[in-house]
Design a binder for this molecule. Structure first.
Ligand SMILES: Nc1ncnc2c1ncn2[C@@H]1O[C@H](COP(=O)(O)OP(=O)(O)OP(=O)(O)O)[C@@H](O)[C@H]1O
Length: 255
């Protein structure tokens, strides 16, 4: 599925947070949204997954007008891994992951064998089978993040929104979560802080500063010393990693 965001503007409490942003995620593309703290990445993503209503603009997922569709219709196509995963009610890990099946069910329809199978597979994929009967709120931050990913996998989405999906995760699970979502081979729009990881996983990057896209393109074309200096206020050198051949960033000093 293809995502098109057209001229979206968001004002919160008389402050312009997002200013006329347009972007596109083509079929099966992994697109990253990068930018400093507070530049508006989460706010933009929230407008795409319907938590915030933009004052202006359109969001289309193929031909579905996201802003005019019900949350349930959107959830049949779009999965979301957000930044904060706190819950005030306690559920077991398995119950949490089963919630991913809800958009595909009719009112009061019970879970069937197929749903259980999908849930078990999702738990296995994130290495949490052994935690299935634990209470969600007893888990560590990283384990919670993986439960949320398993819930999204159980949802079987055709498009994914990720807001800092590797928050709380140690390096093994950072790589694992990115590998899992990449292997789904669906369109992904992800806010990421780690620029080297963004370079190695994303097909295309949009750079956000003060609510606007300042540049976009292939990671190797836009992750330059000049851009990082200007947008992130950090001096650095870009090099080719001699081991991986990928893009490396040596951070030197803050401005
Ligand atoms: N409900 C709100 N009321 C007032 N200001 C808000 C509200 N929500 C967001 N903001 C402000 O909007 C700006 C953008 O916030 P947002 O969370 O979108 O940034 P971000 O790029 O995701 O940041 P980070 O990298 O720190 O997660 C911030 O200055 C934030 O304080």
């Amino acid at each position: 599925m293809e995502l098109k965001v057209e001229n979206v503007s968001i004002t919160v409490q008389n402050t312009d947070i997002i200013r006329n942003i347009s972007l596109q995620v083509k079929e099966k593309q992994f697109v990253g949204l990068i930018g400093p703290n507070g530049c508006g990445k989460s706010t933009l993503l929230k407008s795409i997954y319907k938590v915030i209503k933009p004052q202006q603009g359109n969001v289309f997922l193929d031909h579905t007008d996201i802003l005019k569709s019900s949350p349930k219709v959107v959830a049949r196509h779009m999965g979301v891994v957000g930044q904060f995963n706190e819950l005030s009610f306690d559920f077991t890990v398995r119950e949490m992951v089963m919630m991913g099946r809800t958009p595909h069910k009719k009112l009061l329809e019970t879970d069937n064998g197929r749903d259980l199978e999908i849930v078990e597979q999702a738990l296995e994929k994130v290495h949490l089978t052994g935690h299935a009967d634990r209470n969600y709120i007893s888990l560590s931050g990283g384990e919670k993040q993986r439960v949320v990913l398993a819930r999204v996998l159980a949802q079987q989405p055709e498009f994914l929104i990720l807001d800092e999906p590797t928050n709380h995760l140690d390096i093994k699970y950072q790589l694992q979560i990115l590998n899992i979502v990449k292997s789904l081979d669906i369109g992904i729009l992800a806010a990421l802080h780690d620029l080297e990881l963004a370079a190695s996983y994303c097909d295309h990057l949009y750079v956000v500063k003060q609510g606007q896209i300042v540049v976009h393109g292939k990671p190797a074309d836009i992750l330059t010393r000049e851009m990082i200096g200007e947008v992130f206020e950090v001096d650095c050198e870009i090099y080719q990693n001699p081991v991986t051949g990928g893009l490396g960033i040596a951070y030197l000093s803050t401005r």
